[in-house]
Structures are given as structure tokens and as C-alpha cells.
Design a protein around this ligand. Structure first.
Ligand code: 13P
Length: 247
């Protein structure tokens, strides 16, 4: 089973999401592919409830606050997302970390909130270009992973997304070898921390300029259990092509 996830970021209002579902040919996607869409929170409500949504398309929230409720203007909480039909929560996406200053500690608190409310956390990690050039890839991604290990121990199910910051929205893609190397580093730490059974059950997705043209080789790279797609997930045809790639 490979996971094909689309992160719509701040794109796609409810009407565009409805049109997307109308254009998504789920039948062209092999059964061993798990589909997840991460729409903006305002769109999630109607997308999750849309009768045109095939049951194979699961829905996730892009970000949650760690508190269940309170005076946090502009935020949404895990129980609200769950009530609206989300089953997954992206946590610590690089744009949250680097544009909004989210820390490893906050990422861990959000992962805890997701777990408490039955949302499967999708923990995002990844190095910047300067960190890669300085040879610090493993150090950075393991620091980010270690911050959530206590939560991963408690969580029944979780996913990791390796998204090198320099590959996001740039057209630059990590080579399948780069992706495999980082995923192997992450997998080893998961095996040490969680044991082989749980580590193997934790899918590690690659994200960063995944397109129909490069999806097959990335999906067939060792230790790559799926992809997290930004720009190319906004078009139902390219999303379906990615979802069927290499199958
Ligand atoms: P792009 O596919 O647009 O590079 O975005 C990747 C990403 O950030 C997915 O979460």
C-alpha cells in the first residue's frame, strides 16, 4: 500500500474542491493506493461531507492548535477537525515551521492533540538548503523526529513526511537516492525507538516537487512509502496520474 497525499495549502475554496472531486477519476487509481487530501480548513467541512467524494479519498486538516478550545483567534482545534470529518492532521509542515515559526516543542504538542482526538498525525520533517549544504541533513531530521518520538510511542498510527525545504515549490526534486537515504535514516530511528513492527507500520512519505513525470521513480525508491504532493495535487488529472504512477 502506497499513500498518495495532496496538500492543497491555501488553495481551493469549496466550489473548486467540488469541481476537483468531479474531475478525479478514482477508478484509474489502483486499489493499493491510499488517497488523502488536505484542503484548507474552510473547505474541509464541505469536502468531507460531499456525496461525490469516493470513500477511498480520506480527508485531513493542514494544521491544528494544541489546545482543544480557547482564546486563540484564527486557530482550529483537533476535536473540531475530527468533528468535521478529518481523519489525518498534517503537523509541522515546513511552511508552518519556517513561515510561521513553529517550534519542535509546538509540533510535539500538536501531535499529542491529534492523538487525543483520534486524528492520525502526519509529522513533517526536512532540512533547508543551507543545512543540506553544511552536511546536517541527518542531524536536522532526527532532531525534528526525536521531538515527537514520545507521541509516536503513544499513537496507534502515524505517518512521517520527509520534505526537504529546498525542494518544496521550487521544481527541484530530491533524487530517489537522496529520498531513500533520508528515509532510511528516519526508519532506523523509528526501529530503535518504537521497535521494528511499529516502525514498519509507520509510512514515510516523500514531498517536494512531486509531479506525474517523477512520481513513479520516487514511489519505487527503497523506503519511500508514498508521496505528499503540493502544486500537482491541485489538478485532479495530475493527482490521479501521480496516484497511479508506477503501479
Ligand atoms: P510542492 O509539491 O508544490 O513542491 O509542495 C510540496 C509540499 O509542501 C507538500 O506538503
Amino acid at each position: 500500500m502506497k499513500v498518495i497525499a495532496g496538500n492543497w495549502k491555501m488553495h481551493m475554496g469549496p466550489a473548486e474542491a467540488r469541481a476537483f472531486l468531479g474531475g478525479l477519476n478514482v477508478e484509474a487509481v489502483p486499489f493499493d493506493r491510499q488517497l488523502i487530501l488536505f484542503p484548507p480548513s474552510l473547505t474541509l467541512v464541505s469536502l468531507a461531507a460531499d456525496p461525490a467524494r469516493d470513500g477511498r479519498v480520506r480527508v485531513g486538516v493542514q494544521n491544528i492548535h494544541w489546545e482543544d478550545q480557547g482564546a486563540f483567534t484564527g486557530e482550529v482545534s483537533a476535536p473540531m477537525a475530527a468533528e468535521c470529518g478529518a481523519t489525518f492532521a498534517l503537523i509541522g509542515h515546513s511552511e508552518r515551521r519556517h513561515v510561521f515559526g513553529e517550534t519542535d516543542e509546538e509540533v510535539a504538542l500538536k501531535a499529542a492533540a491529534a492523538r487525543r482526538h483520534g486524528l492520525v498525525p502526519v509529522i513533517c520533517v526536512g532540512e533547508t538548503l543551507s543545512e543540506r549544504q553544511a552536511g546536517h541533513v541527518d542531524e536536522v531530521i532526527l532532531r525534528q523526529l526525536d521531538a515527537v518520538i514520545p507521541e509516536l510511542r503513544e499513537a496507534e498510527h502515524a505517518l512521517i513526511a520527509y520534505e526537504p525545504v529546498w525542494a518544496i515549490g521550487t521544481g527541484e526534486t530530491a533524487t530517489p537516492q537522496d529520498a531513500s537515504a533520508a528515509h532510511t535514516t528516519l526508519r532506523r530511528r523509528l526501529v530503535d525507538a518504537l521497535g521494528p513492527k511499529k516502525a514498519d507500520a509507520t509510512a514515510i512519505l516523500y514531498g517536494g516537487s512531486v509531479k506525474p513525470g517523477n512520481a513513479a521513480e520516487l514511489l519505487s525508491a527503497p523506503e519511500v512509502d508514498g508521496v505528499l504532493v503540493g502544486g500537482a495535487s491541485l489538478d485532479p488529472h495530475s493527482f490521479a496520474q501521480i496516484a497511479a504512477a508506477g503501479a
